[in-house]
Design a protein around this ligand. Structure first.
Ligand code: PHE
Length: 380
């Protein structure tokens, strides 16, 4: 009997312990989300839980001083709300810097749709329609286009309920379509600026360029590079893309494990972010990094690491504005395709300006670009 009582006591204590642990977990979690929001220097975050799918929809408006908050919609799996929120805030901030460096009249914003592990893909279209409705309800506070995990076809669906705040619909639905080629043109122009700095000649002829990711930006970029006479190396994880570029186009394929150790003139990250960090930077064997991916640096200190290794870094938000710039220009500002191409090519002047400030003041290129952007985002 006594033993039993003790058993009961133990069970109760262990039950209470479990409960306490759960509470501490939630308080801590709440604390983390709270401190993330407090530390962020952005304007607003909207979070909606999509009950039918279990997805989180996050819309982050970072700085709308220069214009309407505009940024892509990223849709992918995240480990949870915290990681998704962090990504949305960081990406929205990059959009602010992107527009500000280029002196383009838009504000920094981004949307993240964080899919749950057990996401039912049959619900995808309905989720996009519910998301479109939310964007529409914001009444013009936020405008969006595609990003990682979404396409012009998805923009068609979102615009069914989100019209008129959706960029990059397919041409069949009256939009300007894929923003990848324009982003690639901007990146290519940025590479010309890098060559000007490195070799006193903007030509890419004979330059060895390693492109990471042959997707919506990487693919048109490879085409531009080949036309310019560059030697293109590429890395990919998608088998059909590997076969296409290696076997049909005869390009040299670099195994993903070897990208950071491969000697080249320019390394062009055109896949996901965070790839330049304290482990990969010491391995780099390139003279410059110039690519289309967002948030290439894992942390701010990585810009200084690159500078220390004398790798010329074209800040991602300065070099990859081409897509957003061209599409917004064409769809909302009445630009022709020729005008859009012309404006996108101005990435070259922007980067030359950034490189010149960095050189003159002995600061890294990210610091130089941020200085230009901040003067437009925060100063009177
Ligand atoms: N993915 C684009 C970017 O990061 C987002 C975008 C595309 C925004 C087109 C507006 C229009 O720049």
């Amino acid at each position: 009997m006594l033993v039993k009582e003790n058993d009961h006591g133990h069970q109760r204590i262990s039950r209470i312990r479990t409960r306490v642990r759960i509470c501490v977990f939630f308080v801590l979690k709440g604390g983390i989300l709270e401190s993330l929001l407090r530390q962020w220097d952005g304007e607003e975050v909207m979070i909606r839980f999509d009950h039918p799918t279990g997805a989180w929809i996050i819309i982050a408006l970072h700085n709308t001083r220069l214009g309407i908050g505009t940024g892509g919609t990223r849709m992918k799996h995240y480990s949870g709300l915290q990681e998704a929120l962090q990504d949305a805030m960081k990406l929205a901030e990059s959009m602010s810097y992107k527009y500000a460096v280029a002196d383009f009249p838009r504000g920094g914003a981004k949307a993240v749709i964080a899919l749950p592990d057990d996401f039912d893909t049959q619900e995808r279209l309905n989720l996009l329609r519910r998301y479109g409705k939310l964007v529409c309800q914001l009444g013009g506070l936020f405008e969006t286009g595609p990003d990682v995990g979404t396409s012009p076809d998805d923009m068609d669906i979102i615009s069914e309920t989100g019209d008129p705040y959706i960029f990059c619909r397919t041409p069949a639905k009256g939009g300007a379509g894929d923003s990848g080629p324009a982003t690639a043109l901007g990146v290519f122009s940025g590479m010309q600026a890098a060559c000007e700095q490195l070799f006193s000649d903007p030509s890419l002829e004979g330059k060895r360029v390693l492109v990471q990711g042959a997707g919506s930006v990487g693919k048109p970029l490879i085409r531009l590079l080949l036309e310019a006479g560059a030697e293109v190396l590429f890395t990919e994880i998608d088998e059909p893309a590997i076969t296409h570029f290696r076997d049909k186009k005869g390009l040299k394929f670099i195994h993903p494990d070897k990208i950071f150790d491969t000697p080249c003139d320019i390394f062009a990250p055109c896949a996901l972010g965070g790839i330049l960090n304290k482990d990969t930077i010491p391995r780099l064997k390139c003279l410059a990094v110039a690519g289309g991916a967002n948030n290439q640096l894992a942390e701010a200190a990585d810009a200084e690491r690159l500078w220390g290794r004398q790798v010329l870094y074209a800040p991602d938000y300065a070099i990859n504005i081409g897509g957003a710039m061209a599409i917004i220009g064409i769809e909302a500002m009445g630009w022709s395709q020729t005008e859009a191409d012309q404006k996108v090519k101005s990435v070259r002047q922007t980067l030359n300006h950034i490189f010149a400030i960095a050189k003159a003041e002995g600061i890294n290129t990210d610091g130089a670009a941020r200085r230009i952007a901040r003067s437009r985002l925060f100063e009177e």
